[in-house]
Design a protein around this ligand. Sequence first.
Ligand code: MN
Ligand code: MN
Length: 318
Amino acid sequence: MFRSRGVGSPSGGPVPLKGDLQQRALGAYLGLAVGDALGATTEFMTPGEIRERHGVHRKISGGGWLRLKPGQVTDDTEMSLALGRSIVERRGVDAGAVASAFSEWMRGQPVDMGNTVRRGILHFRTTGQTAVPENEYDAGNGACMRFLPVALAYWNASDEELMRASRLQSHVTHNSPLADAGTETLLSMVVAALTGRDKASLLAMAHGLAERHPAYRFDRRRVENPSGYIVHTLQAVFQAFFSNDSFEAILVDVVNRGGDADTTGAIAGMLAGAFHGLSVIPASWRKALNPQVRKACESQTIELLALAAERDWAIPRI
Ligand code: MN
Ligand code: MN
């Protein structure tokens, strides 16, 4: 069964998908990168420390505990690009190719790497296995922060194909039902946003996750200092995304909460970019981004969408 995508808009009218899709897809990839670069400055700080040091943090200025250059990104963007390259090369998600791509990325001595990611890549290197054993403690946000290339290459695939691709890439490092549920919901939300669905539909998807897994309820206390635990990460992202109207306000809200701010920034930036499109990303943020990273995100977006377009024949016409 195919879910109909690309229908529905805030006005209820048809959504012109082609050019629009590309703008939204570019918005998602650059949104991910600017969110990562913006949030890296406040990663592991508390909201109080951020206020003291920056007032309201709203400039891509580098620094942070990783001492980044302004516009430099971290593992969130780099692992997405590594995943995306392997999808383009193999014309789809191939777990072995994904694991090799991550392993190669690790060999380049990245500026930052999560512990679960490191464990997963070492597991692949020593066993050749492309999935870690199921483990409830693998419920970090590391597979969620990097899934965007799957959304772009599979946005028009069946739900089954989309979820299968998601699990293959996730389980290379993270294998927990709770993390899968969060990652798959975010993936569905990004795909829905790419195809022009309205915010009420996205909210229903987030509430659906909270109904199936009550840990994800996000309508209570404001989440400050969201940790790398995917539940806390997504609660902060949902709160920021659904309580602010502009791309900029969403990102400023989420990265000023501190905690795993580069990753909440990356995930919120990808979702908000997919929803609002490229044109609403502040020009100063786009310009601040490392130019090589910006170009890599742009060209990969086009390549992944081209791959999806070749699947067109399998999609019922809307
Ligand atoms: Mn990071
Ligand atoms: Mn992080």
